[in-house]
Design a binder for this molecule. Structure first.
Ligand code: HEC
Length: 168
């Protein structure tokens, strides 16, 4: 495997490096989004009414918002992001709001706003890499759905939900 990778690198360096940086970029973008969601959801476990409720959680909020900023800045060096400054500003603001122990609504709203902008950059493939397999789908359908929906996946069932409940 290593030899194979080495050969690829020697003969097609552009291909390998391009692939590699493309997946790094997607990983970075995914990570910023996950961190922003985490901060949005868990901030109220760290700070309530301007007071630190849990020191470790609060430290995490500080660390995660810094990390998000640095991952994003690295991404912005690798790919052209037209609104990079706006996003950077929002992430900077997020850090500041957390440092000031501001209300959850403010923290959440700026984190979600930055997240939305990062999602819109299309750095992450949202569609599956390959077509869904009809074979695998057919097997699943036959095993789990056919008993009620019939072989053709009928929608207008004679049976209604309360009947199904009675059967169960
Ligand atoms: C125990 C019986 C039962 C099984 C098993 C079952 N369904 Fe259903 N399903 C129903 C009933 C009853 C309805 C409501 C149909 C209606 O009101 O016309 C329904 C509705 C649906 C609908 C909405 C259809 C519509 O027109 O809005 C979909 C989609 C669906 N089922 C998919 C599935 C899939 C996929 C599976 C297998 C993973 C499955 N069902 C397994 C009984 C079943």
């Amino acid at each position: 495997m290593l030899v194979f990778a080495f050969n690829l690198l020697v003969f097609f360096p552009r291909l390998v490096l391009a692939q590699n940086s493309k997946s790094n970029i997607a990983t970075g973008a995914r990570k910023t989004i996950a961190l922003l969601d985490y901060v949005s959801q868990d901030y109220d476990k760290a700070v309530v009414k301007g007071q630190v409720l849990n020191k470790e959680e609060y430290q995490e909020m500080l660390d995660f918002s810094e990390q998000t900023k640095s991952i994003f800045d690295t991404l912005a060096l690798k790919v052209r992001i037209p609104n990079a400054l706006t996003i950077h500003g929002e992430l900077q603001n997020l850090s500041l709001l957390i440092k000031q122990k501001q209300a959850k609504e403010k923290v959440e709203s700026i984190a979600q706003s930055a997240k939305k902008k990062i999602l819109l950059l299309n750095l992450i493939e949202l569609s599956p890499a390959s077509w869904p397999s009809m074979e695998a789908g057919k097997k699943l359908f036959t095993a789990n759905c056919q008993s009620c929906h019939g072989p053709t996946g009928a929608g207008h069932l004679q049976l209604h939900l309360h009947h199904v409940l009675l059967i169960f």
